[in-house]
Design a protein around this ligand. Sequence first.
Ligand code: NDP
Length: 284
Amino acid sequence: MSSIIDGKAIAAEMRQEMAQDVEKLTAVGTTPGLAVVLVGDDPASRVYVSMKEKACAATGIFSDEHKLSAETSEEELLALIDRLNNDSRIDGILVQLPLPDHIDENKILDAILPAKDVDGFHPYNVGRLATGNPLFRPCTPYGVMKMLEHTGVELAGKEVVVVGRSNIVGKPVALMCLAANATVTVCHSRTRDLEAQVAKADILIAAVGRPEMIRGAWVKPGAVVIDVGVNRVGEKKLVGDVEFEAAKERASAITPVPGGVGPMTITMLLYNTVESARRRAEAK
Ligand code: NDP
């Protein structure tokens, strides 16, 4: 029987600490500012953007919202990014993905000043992470690392198995674990014998997007399981990539879905924004 890693509680504690940091920065005239850009009216994106705005407000971060129509041209969006890059009140720029098809997503992400790229997706920041000198780390994988830290999980020398190799979760979390001196295996859709790979993990990080595809019986007894997956099953139920009920009988600690990694993502976005503002204050 394992302990449950409570992402909501860890996120709440971090947000409380951040609110104090924001107060201190505001007192020296550097209120952290986050620009959030939404193009079009994708319902899921709208929900994420409004969650981000609320989280900023609760922490005292200045949130600068730009809700643009789906017809916005690439040039118009690039012009907005340019203005935000040069706006001294803005420490972080977040462009909500996906963008409409007529806009080249990479071109937009590349236009964000790396020093304001709080999502950590700019090739410059990816390169800094890969070379072991990160400026901004992508939010979801960074959240995973903070959860491990809060849970007191030591990574050095451990076998970490990451299932999934996306640019937003799998690859960056693998790089972060490597930087923390773990021995890292990255699995994907062409991996042979996933079960055998999973079975050797001291720390298992699942980021696949397939409901409960990692069976509880595969989990090594005593392993720590971090489930990044969020999969809707039926009308209302959300499940992770790991078969939670069976896995929790074998793991020493495990994240639930929902209430695990989910609450950490926005928290880390705020964290990166506050960090960016701190750099601005120090440069004054
Ligand atoms: P992607 O679809 O971009 O990547 C999925 C990865 O899983 C790919 O690398 C793919 O391999 C791999 N994969 C697919 N099928 C298998 C299989 N049968 N065996 C092994 N590997 C497989 O997803 P994301 O990384 O964007 O997201 C992953 C999950 O995390 C999703 O459920 C998503 O909703 C969730 N998520 C949650 C967040 C949060 O805040 N909690 C934030 C971001 C994502 P290949 O490369 O070979 O195709």
